[in-house]
Ligand binder design. Structure first.
Ligand code: NDP
Ligand code: GDR
Length: 356
């Protein structure tokens, strides 16, 4: 590698953020290495557009099989790649699923982060390798202060949040103990047409498209009162990169500063496919009716309620704005529209959507 050349290693490259980040770094001239998991079915759909044939001498995008639960595998990949920047985006990232798989979630999300930091230390790459950790607004959990900022106390409310709390602090500790350039991005929810289908925004936009096209009867959801600060994933991965370009490592909140209920997101998505909704009832009895036909399109299924919920997230991105020059651009309303349009296109050829 020529001196000054940048080489990134992205864990979780097959996920929403991994796909956007890989694309951004390739555009910036990086050599990009991604870690993907072995799967019995195809799991590289999101990076199809940037895939490069490894036989091509000019290829700058390379994939390695790996898993955050496997230390020797992490050390070997780190040794082979010798990255100048590591972006740790891999995680069991579904909050509800973490209640069902708490031990695995801790292994991948908490100890997985430690494994990567240790790989850097064992290989004596501390001086040359910068580290980004995908921390989360789920650290804030039970409301302590609004809007939530870097100094707001943490109170996670799920095994996922607790595992990510370990990830956050081990990054801070390795920064202080070994002088590593390691930063936490405390990112609030960010979505896109590449969002996983079981996260609420995508579940809603897919269902709105499918119902519009007559391919689905109704949508089952959980807590409609939860409030989230939703931004666009493409803009948030740019913030991750900006953090690693700073002379000093630090921790930053990325958020829009605006919060929306799940119910309003549902309303917008259905409005965007031309189905005005009216909600009646409350809690588990709540139902959303199409105003034109009186047909019940939204029903509450208590299975989607979480044992402990994060009711309100609203972030204060002032530090990122002032120190990084980062700011969100897309409003949540525009985001909903973009996702609905994308799902309408996909859905025209898709098989009938199943309840997810
Ligand atoms: P996704 O769920 O879309 O992607 C997660 C990625 O991690 C996938 O590539 C997945 O592989 C991979 N992965 C999961 N478990 C392992 C493992 N044990 N070893 C190796 N790879 C694994 O998440 P997002 O892209 O949305 O989020 C990226 C990161 O940012 C995550 O760490 C998430 O927790 C965090 N985060 C996300 C926010 C958001 O709103 N999107 C907000 C704040 C933080 P596969 O494709 O095979 O499943
Ligand atoms: P979240 O995202 O838990 O905030 O974590 P998700 O979209 O799963 O839930 C958002 C809110 O919607 C409520 N909800 C439902 N959620 C899902 N998935 N399915 C439903 O049917 C449903 N009905 C209501 C939830 O209760 C919740 O309040 C995301 C992930 O990307 C994490 O990895 C990341 O760290 C945080 O965002 C910031």
């Amino acid at each position: 590698m020529a001196s000054g050349e940048k080489r990134a290693l992205i864990t979780g490259v097959t996920g929403q953020d991994g796909a956007y980040l890989a694309q951004l770094l390739l555009e910036k001239g990086y050599e990009v290495h991604g870690i993907k998991r072995r799967s019995s079915s195809f799991n590289t759909g999101r990076i199809e557009d940037i895939y490069q044939d490894p036989h091509d001498d000019d290829a700058r995008f390379h994939l390695h099989y790996g898993d955050l639960t496997d230390s020797t595998n992490m050390i070997r990949i780190m040794q082979e790649v010798q990255p100048t920047e590591v972006y740790n985006l891999a995680a069991q990232s579904h909050v509800a699923v973490s209640f069902e798989t708490p031990e695995y979630t801790a292994n991948a999300d908490a100890i997985g982060t430690l494994r990567l930091l240790e790989a850097i230390r064992i290989l004596k790459l501390e001086e040359t390798t910068r580290f980004y950790q995908a921390s989360t607004s789920e650290l804030y959990g039970l409301v302590q202060e609004v809007p939530q900022r870097e100094t707001t106390p943490f109170y996670p409310r799920s095994p996922y949040g607790v595992a990510k709390l370990y990830g956050y602090w081990i990054v801070v500790n390795y920064r202080e103990a070994y002088g590593m350039h390691a930063s936490n991005g405390i990112l609030f929810n960010h979505e896109s047409p590449l969002r996983g289908e079981t996260f609420v925004t995508r579940k809603i936009t897919r269902a709105a498209a499918a119902i519009k096209l007559g391919r689905q009867e109704r949508l089952y959801l959980g807590n409609l009162d939860a409030k989230r600060d939703w931004g666009h994933a493409r803009e948030y991965v740019r913030g991750m990169w900006m953090m690693l370009q700073q002379d000093q490592p630090d921790d930053y909140v990325l958020a829009t500063g605006e919060t929306t209920t799940v119910r309003d997101f549902v309303r917008w998505a259905f409005e965007d496919v031309g189905i005005p909704l009216e909600f009646r009832g409350e809690g588990v009895d709540e139902e959303g009716f199409c105003q034109n036909t009186g047909k019940c399109l939204i029903k509450i299924d208590p299975r989607y309620f979480r044992p402990t919920e994060v009711e309100l997230l609203i972030g204060d991105p002032t530090k990122a704005h002032e120190k990084l020059g980062w700011k969100h651009e897309t409003s949540v309303r525009e985001l909903a529209r973009e996702m609905v349009q994308a799902d309408l296109e996909i859905m025209r050829d898709a098989p009938i959507a199943k309840d997810s």
